[in-house]
Design a protein around this ligand. Sequence first.
Ligand code: NAD
Length: 264
Amino acid sequence: MQDLMKGKRGLVMGVANDHSIAWGIARKLAAQGAELAFTYQGDAFGRRVKPLAESLGASLVLPCDVEDTASMDAVFGALKDEWGGMDFLVHAIGFSDKNELKGRYADTTRDNFVRTMVISCFSFTEVARRAAELMSGGGSLLTLTYAGSVRVMPNYNVMGVAKAGLEASVRYLANDFGPSGIRVNALSAGPVRTLAGAGIADARHMFAYQARNAPLRRTVDIDEIGGSALYLLSDLASGVTGEVHYVDSGYHIVSMPALDELKK
Ligand code: NAD
């Protein structure tokens, strides 16, 4: 299948480097003809993101820190000036203090709880509202979540609580924007070795455990996550909204370790 995204324009938020999930998604979208804009968080990331964005022929590459509402306004203002409207948005942003991505959830501080919620959960609502204003012909919004939202994963702690809120936001936003033909979905990705992933204590054990015990007996890569994103962002998924779609080699369906692993 070719040119699934031809004539569609959208913003990708959350590329930090070429290991980022957002980068895997951007490559798939560009390969199918999408016109892309990117944001980056601060100058240090900007130096990495600009050449990547240029390699996909990006129209705009702009700074954006989702803790700063003025920077979000500036991004969507620039998109309106450049494109007039847009068709899709990818939100692949998450953050929590790594000192609290270990130990007990019960010990989460108020400051980090609020900051984690603002960056990892509420920022999707904030950018979704701005993007929807530019989607007069309908559109598709996508965020990234993790199964720590619905089940306890060691050390994921406050991020799990933020992802639960993010998944609930997907459903409420889908209902708000549905009458305007705007779809809202999340991909729940299995563990991937990225900067954000490395912030979780003992992440390598989670990675290895899921690789051994998922039905497919492996983890997923950013190209596979990109393929699922392409489906949800393209017209192939025109009847799908409010969905949390797992791309995790099936890990979320199992309730105990694989027998072949236990018998080793
Ligand atoms: P990553 O480190 O490559 O990307 C995280 C991005 O969040 C970075 O680009 C960073 O700049 C951005 N960010 C953080 N705080 C920000 C702020 N205040 N303003 C703007 N941007 C900010 O890691 P990733 O794993 O590709 O993460 C992307 C998304 O995927 C996150 O929501 C993450 O929770 C989710 N996710 C990751 C995994 C995994 O195992 N890596 C699994 C499931 C879901």
